[in-house]
Design a protein around this ligand. Structure first.
Ligand SMILES: [Zn+2]
Length: 251
């Protein structure tokens, strides 16, 4: 059986990107250099940082560079792992959740933003930041930028704010498929997202070069290296998805 959302499948995705007519880049590079016909690769490291390192190594084998957004919670903030990923040439970004942590208080949240950013900058240069989505909160972490300006903190871009999704087709690995809006509460963009039921469809779309600019967001913890991990993740995501359906229905 050809399981989806495995490292094996991710390798096929990497190979397709590497062999395609697209150029490929990090979020930082997308904001700072001119690109067309490009695939932006981005990851949110929400948990199991070791798996992000494995993914980073795999991309490196295919000559790909991507951006890894790290949360600063103890479970994820592992300097050794972050350093190893940065040493492969990947970009490290800050996956902030300061409004969640400060219960919606934006003054306290921006102070924490500064502090956590500094902590990450001790390990790697950070020039982009991307919000973490918590489906259980009534606000979105990026709402902090209604009060403050991230460029003041030497951040050149925030993927949810600075990328024009009219131009860039966005794909995220939600609900064991791509762009499954039934399951995505916060990490969706406001533009029409194309739902793909499996990674083979995404691979085909890249081969066909259907869209000039693409951004692919993956969560390394949702991709399994072994069959046991796959089963564990399958159960975990199913429980989470039931909760998310509840939230979306309630909203
Ligand atoms: Zn996240």
């Amino acid at each position: 059986m050809d399981l989806d959302f495995t490292f094996n499948k991710y390798g096929k995705l990497c190979q397709t990107i590497a062999n395609s007519g697209y150029s490929e880049c990090t979020v930082k590079s997308y904001f700072s250099e001119s690109h067309n016909h490009v695939i932006i690769l981005r990851h949110d490291v929400d948990r199991i940082p070791g798996r992000a390192l494995e993914m980073a190594r795999m991309e490196n084998e295919y000559g790909l560079l991507s951006t890894y957004y790290f949360r600063t919670i103890d479970e994820v903030f592992k300097p050794d792992i972050i350093r190893k990923i940065a040493n492969l040439g990947h970009e490290i970004g800050y996956h902030y959740e300061v409004l969640d942590k400060m219960n919606g208080n934006h003054e306290a949240a921006i102070k924490l933003f500064e502090k956590e950013l500094e902590k990450l900058r001790e390990i790697a240069p950070i020039v982009t930041a991307c919000m973490h989505g918590n489906p259980l909160k009534s606000w979105s972490n990026k709402d902090i930028w209604n009060y403050y300006d991230f460029t003041q903190y030497n951040i050149i871009g925030e993927p949810y704010i600075s990328i024009d999704y009219n131009k860039v087709k966005y794909f995220t690995d939600t609900g064991r498929s791509w762009n499954n809006t039934k399951y995505s509460v916060k990490d969706k963009t406001n533009f029409n997202q194309l739902r793909l039921e499996n990674s083979d469809k995404l691979i085909q779309l890249i081969k066909n070069e259907t869209y000039p600019e693409i951004c692919i967001l993956t969560h390394p913890n949702r991709w399994s290296e072994t069959r046991i991990q796959w089963i564990k993740e399958f159960i975990f995501q199913n429980i989470k998805n039931i909760i998310k359906i509840g939230i979306n229905t309630y909203k």
